[in-house]
Design a protein around this ligand. Structure first.
Ligand code: DQA
Length: 142
């Protein structure tokens, strides 16, 4: 069974309440329940933190043993060289995801500090971005 970890960064604990015109009305917990039901062949773990160092610790902790990490680093995407280095430091492939199309938003969201360290990037498909990232780990695309 593939072990996949979804990591959400700052403010993503407020999904469903936070700027619903951009991020939608569903909570991540509800979405996750559906995802787990749809992909019973996967062990999908979930972690969220608003703190940069805790996200880095989680990547270190899991990044040598799970099969894939799906990372929405929220605003740290645009600022964190430390997250870039953490992704590079581990052996588990990391797919960067964003719910909104960051390229259609403010220019400060057009830059990602982490994309170059990631296996791939999925942007702008709403919560379905996470499912698409999960699919990428189930497809043999080494
Ligand atoms: C986000 C986009 C980021 O720019 C923003 O800071 C977020 C969410 C997204 O999923 O669309 O917190 O990562």
């Amino acid at each position: 069974m593939k072990k996949i970890l979804i990591i959400n960064g700052p403010n993503l604990n407020l999904l469903g309440k936070r700027e619903p015109t951009i991020y939608g009305h569903a909570s991540f917990e509800d979405y996750l329940e559906k995802l787990r039901k749809k992909y019973i062949q996967c062990d999908i773990a979930y972690y969220q933190s608003n703190i940069e160092g805790e996200l880095i610790n989680k990547i270190h902790e899991t990044g040598f043993e799970c099969d894939g990490i799906i990372l929405n680093a929220g605003a740290y995407t645009h600022t964190s060289i430390a997250l870039h280095d953490a992704i590079k430091a581990v052996t588990t492939p990391v797919v960067e995801v964003h719910i909104s199309n960051v390229h259609a938003r403010e220019s400060f969201r057009h830059v990602s500090m982490i994309s170059a360290a990631c296996k791939g990037v999925i942007i702008g498909f709403g919560l379905d971005s996470y499912r698409l990232a999960l699919e990428s780990f189930l497809t043999d695309n080494e």
